[in-house]
Design a protein around this ligand. Structure first.
Ligand code: PLP
Length: 445
């Protein structure tokens, strides 16, 4: 047997033990270093010669991970990561993700991986119920929100007006929506969001009244920059009046559908034709994991089913084939780490963890309001705060963010609000503390 596939081979055994050791140690580390970025030339030099004809062995490979790769990565799952959209996979999800890779399930078709698909679909059903979609709703897991937005809009286009169609998008929507439209050959029309960054039903209604050939309207349930939930019910009314597909991008905010304190803000999401929720964001799943739900999944089959003689058997048994619901064939069982963690911990642990981030956001907003010289710019719908320091210009924010990273305190990335550079913090990790945010604010003095 080739050594690489021989479980008795000493190198292979050592590789398995070394990897399990990393999983164990990292899993036990509640506050991993925030990490750092690095110079490309330095990394090139440090990694030069790593891949050789005969192999360097386990110690060398693990040493490169420990000494070169890991120190040059900012830890997305650290409680100190409050930039962009963080991640906070549960330890059970992380551990089971390693199992998923080991099992090599291939849940493209029911025939190949019925058990894995049944479990993934249980999670999709949970999300559909949280959103209030009907019992026939379903979909699949994708690599993330970008892929899921692309897939949802492809189906909207195909069941609509075909080539030359138009999608109406809020000026505050995620950049992946415009990219998806570009890839699909769909024209994007921006609809102006209000001052808070919220897309209103009236604005969508007006735009639909004056724009021919619209195949879809995209609303956000949690905009990336400010965490704003659009007027979903009003937009659903407008879409219904005009017979237009209603797509809701809840990639970031969708986890909060489980949180009673903010659930009413999502009113109207139950009327969507397609919904995107990223479990690798606020549902504590491992990377990468996006969920795509269709009200009528049968419409997606026409867009995505790949036909080939060698695939005919996969289509013959009538089972649920995730490859019918987005652009992929072979796929990782991305929904299983979340399924495993949900089974282990139950949904109440998820509700608590999401509510914890929401409560932290409210406390941090209060802290900003009572800090002289700093202004809170948004009244948060979810867990994003935007704030400005009196008298600061872009360079000040960049120095502030860089210093916080270099000092190992936090990873923050400034953003823009109404054209001005501002501070931004996103809370999602249940272990992020108000003390951490206090240090972030203190660094603005
Ligand atoms: C609202 C929203 N949509 C889509 C995306 C893209 O998701 P992904 O990074 O998983 O492709 C993001 C990412 O932050 C997002 O916040």
């Amino acid at each position: 047997m080739a050594a690489m596939h021989d479980p008795e081979d000493p190198t292979t055994r050592a590789a398995i033990e070394a990897c399990l050791d990393i999983v164990r140690r990292r899993g036990a580390d509640a506050d991993p270093p925030i990490g750092a970025t690095a110079d490309a030339a330095d990394l090139d030099a440090a990694l030069r010669g790593a891949i050789t004809f005969d192999g360097l062995g386990v110690d060398a490979a693990v040493g490169l991970v420990r000494d070169v790769i890991d120190p040059a990565v900012v830890a997305l799952d650290s409680p100190r990561f409050v930039a962009l959209i963080p991640a906070a996979p549960t330890l059970a999800a992380k551990a089971f993700d390693a199992v998923v890779a080991t099992m090599t399930y291939s849940p493209e078709s029911w025939l190949e991986a019925a058990g894995a698909i049944a479990a993934e679909n249980q999670v999709l059903r949970l999300l559909a119920d949280a959103a209030g979609l009907p019992s026939g709703a379903g979909g699949c897991f994708t690599s993330g929100g970008s892929a899921a937005n692309l897939a949802g809009l492809a189906v909207a286009r195909d069941r609509g007006h075909g080539a030359g169609s138009v999608v109406l998008v809020s000026s505050a929507a995620h950049a992946s929506v415009a990219r998806a439209a570009h890839l699909l050959g769909i024209e994007v029309r921006d609809v102006q969001a209000d001052d808070r960054g919220r897309l209103l039903g009236a604005a969508v209604g007006d735009a639909l009244g004056s724009t021919p050939n619209v195949s879809a309207v995209v609303a956000s349930a949690g905009t990336t920059n400010a965490g704003v939930i659009d007027d979903l019910d009003g937009i659903a009314d407008a879409c219904e009046r005009h017979g237009v597909w209603f797509h809701v991008d809840a990639a970031y905010g969708g986890g909060a559908l489980l949180a009673p304190s903010v659930r009413p803000r999502f009113h109207g999401i139950e009327r969507a034709d397609s919904i995107v929720i990223d479990p690798h964001k606020w549902l504590f799943s491992t990377l990468d994991c996006g969920a795509l739900l269709y009200r009528r999944p049968e419409l997606a089959v026409a867009t995505f089913r790949q036909e080939a003689s060698y695939l005919e058997l996969l289509h013959a048994d009538g089972g649920w084939n995730p490859s019918d619901y987005a652009f992929h064939l072979t796929r990782r069982a991305r929904g299983l780490p979340l399924w495993f963690s949900l089974v282990v911990h139950g949904t109440s642990a998820y509700v608590d963890a999401i509510e914890r981030a929401l409560a932290l956001t409210r406390s941090a907003a209060e802290m900003i309001r009572s800090t002289p010289g700093v202004t809170l710019l948004n009244d948060p719908d979810l867990s994003v705060l935007l704030f400005a320091r009196d008298g600061w210009v872009e360079a000040d924010y960049l120095v502030w963010a860089r210093r916080l990273l270099d000092d190992g305190i936090a990873f923050v990335v400034p953003s823009r609000w109404h054209g001005e550079v501002v501070g931004r913090a996103v809370f999602l990790h249940p272990s992020t503390s108000i003390e951490l945010f206090e240090s972030i604010l203190a660094a603005m003095r």
